[in-house]
Design a binder for this molecule. Structure first.
Ligand SMILES: Nc1nc2c(c(=O)[nH]1)N[C@H]1C(S)=C(S)[C@@H](COP(=O)(O)OP(=O)(O)OC[C@H]3O[C@@H](n4cnc5c(N)ncnc54)[C@H](O)[C@@H]3O)O[C@H]1N2
Ligand code: MOO
Ligand SMILES: [Mg+2]
Length: 398
C-alpha cells in the first residue's frame, strides 16, 4: 500500500498521448488550444471613433463656434472626407474616422443649431481625442492567445474577431465508465430486495462532464470470462477505462487478475487512506485504467482527489491547487491512514475558510455526499485532529 502523496507522484509520471483536432469555433469552449492565435490585422483595424459627436480639423481646436455639417459618418460605412476645414462631420461610435478629421467632440459638449452644431466647450480635447487609434491595442501578427490555453468566453471573442471558424484543440481522451457487479440494475429498473440501482457510474460521468470530458457508461457482471472478453474490447475502443467496484478481497472481485491477464500493468493496488483503500491503478501501452473501489463515497473520493486532476493535467489545464480550510470541531481518527473527512465549508467574518465535519455513515453512505461539499485531507500522524488546525481541502461542489 502507498501513501496519497505517492499516488500523486505515480500519476504525475503517467501521461496520455493526445492528438490535435479541429472543431467549430463555439465547440472549442472549455477545450485546450493547440495553435497560437495571432492578430490578422491591427487592433483596432482603423482609427475608430470612440464617442458619438462631431469630428473636426485640428486647426479648429478651442474655437467655440458654429460648425456646418458636411455629412454623417456612420459605423459600417466607407470613409468620408472633410472638404472644408471650417466644417464638421457628425461621427458615430464604431465608425472609421473621416479623412482630414483629427478630433472628436462628444455631442454632450455641443448644442444643435439651425445651420449646424455649436461647440460649447472643448474641455481638454486635443488631436485624436475620443479616437481609438489604429493598432494601439495590438499590431497585425501579434500573439493574442497562446497554444495550451484553456478556452473561456474571453478567448472565444478573440477567436471570433480574427475569423477562426475552425479551431485546433487537443483531442479529448475517450473515456469508458464501467460499473461492475451482479447486484446492480439500471436506473429505470425496480431492484429486487438484494439488488441496488447503479449510481457510481452516473456520478462519475457527471464529474467528468463538469470538467468538460464526455464518457460512455457500461455495466459488466462479476463473471471472469465475460470480464476478460468485454474489457479486452473496451481496451481497443477507449483511452481511459474507469471502473467502480470489483477491486477488493471478495470472491468475485476479479478485476486485478483480469487486468493482469489482459496485459494491463499494475502501478499500485491499495492506498493508505479511508475511504478508497482498495484503489487500483495501472496502464497498458495505450490505455490508462483507474479501478476505483465500489463503495460510493470511495469511488467519489478517488475520482475527485486523483482521477479528475490527472485528466485535467493531461490537457494542460491550469493545475488545481488545493486550498486549505480550518477544522471547526475536533475530530478523532486513530488508524494509520490518511482520512478524507467529509465537510461543509463556509467563510466566517474573519475572511477565513472553515470546515464543519458532516455526520453520517461510512463509505457506503451515498446520501451524505449532498450534505457536504468537500473532503478534508487529515494526515495519519496524529489521532486527534484539533479544532483550529488547517488542512488541505478538496472541493467537489462550490
Ligand atoms: N475483506 C475485506 N473486505 C473489504 C475490504 C478489505 O480491505 N478487506 N475493503 C472494503 C472497502 S474499504 C471497500 S471501499 C470495498 C471495495 O469493494 P470493491 O471495489 O470490491 O467493490 P464491490 O465489492 O464491487 O462493491 C462494494 C460496494 O459498493 C457497491 N457498488 C459497487 N458498484 C456500485 C455502483 N456502480 N453504484 C452503486 N454502488 C455500487 C456494491 O454494491 C457494494 O455494496 O470493499 C470492502 N471490503
Ligand atoms: O474505501 Mo472503503 O471506502 O473504506 O469502504
Ligand atoms: Mg468487493
Amino acid at each position: 500500500m502507498i501513501e496519497p502523496s505517492v499516488v500523486d507522484k505515480v500519476l504525475g509520471e503517467v501521461s496520455l498521448t493526445l492528438k490535435v483536432e479541429e472543431v467549430e469555433l463555439f465547440d472549442s469552449l472549455g477545450r485546450t488550444l493547440a495553435e497560437d492565435i495571432h492578430a490578422d490585422r491591427d487592433f483596432p483595424p482603423f482609427d475608430r471613433v470612440a464617442m458619438d459627436g462631431i469630428g473636426i480639423h485640428s486647426s479648429q481646436l478651442g474655437k467655440t463656434k458654429l460648425f456646418k455639417v458636411e455629412g454623417i459618418q456612420a459605423a459600417g460605412s466607407p470613409q468620408l472626407s472633410l472638404m472644408n476645414n471650417e466644417n464638421c462631420i457628425e461621427v458615430m461610435t464604431g465608425a472609421i474616422l473621416p479623412q482630414n478629421i483629427e478630433v472628436v467632440i462628444p455631442y454632450e459638449w455641443t448644442e444643435k443649431a439651425e445651420e449646424g452644431i455649436k461647440v460649447l466647450d472643448f474641455k481638454n480635447a486635443q488631436v485624436m481625442s475620443n479616437v481609438h487609434q489604429k493598432g494601439t491595442d495590438k499590431k497585425k501578427n501579434d500573439l493574442l492567445v497562446k497554444k495550451g490555453k484553456e478556452l473561456s468566453s474571453a478567448e472565444i471573442g478573440i477567436l471570433a474577431t480574427v475569423g477562426k471558424t475552425k479551431v485546433k484543440v487537443i483531442q479529448l481522451p475517450k473515456i469508458a465508465v464501467i460499473a461492475t457487479g451482479d447486484e446492480l440494475v439500471g436506473v429505470n429498473e425496480v431492484p429486487k430486495e438484494y439488488q441496488i440501482r447503479m449510481s457510481n457510474c452516473y456520478s462519475l460521468k457527471a464529474s467528468l462532464s463538469e470538467n468538460g470530458f464526455s464518457s460512455e457508461i457500461f455495466h459488466l457482471t462479476d463473471d471472469k470470462e465475460s470480464l476478460i472478453v468485454k474489457i479486452n474490447q473496451l481496451k481497443k475502443d477507449f483511452d481511459v477505462l474507469v471502473f467502480s467496484g470489483g477491486v477488493s478481497k471478495g470472491k468475485f472481485d476479479f478485476l486485478p487478475e483480469v487486468f493482469e491477464s489482459l496485459g494491463i500493468k499494475k502501478e499500485f493496488h491499495g492506498v493508505k487512506q479511508r475511504p478508497g483503500k482498495p484503489f487500483w491503478f495501472g496502464k497498458s501501452e495505450q490505455q490508462v485504467v483507474f479501478a476505483l473501489p465500489g463503495n460510493p463515497v470511495s469511488t467519489f473520493l478517488c475520482s475527485n482527489r486523483y482521477m479528475i486532476p490527472w485528466l485535467n493535467n493531461q490537457l494542460g489545464k491550469e493545475k488545481y491547487l488545493p486550498t486549505t480550510a480550518i477544522l471547526d470541531k475536533e475530530f478523532k481518527f486513530d488508524k494509520p491512514l490518511t482520512f478524507f473527512l467529509q465537510v461543509e465549508t463556509y467563510y466566517k467574518e474573519d475572511g477565513l475558510l472553515y470546515a464543519q465535519p458532516v455526520k453520517g455513515g461510512g463509505s457506503g453512505d451515498l446520501a451524505k455526499l449532498t450534505a457536504a461539499n468537500a473532503f478534508l485531507e487529515l494526515h495519519p500522524e496524529v489521532d486527534i485532529h484539533e479544532k483550529g488546525q488547517q488542512y488541505t481541502v478538496w472541493f467537489y461542489k462550490k
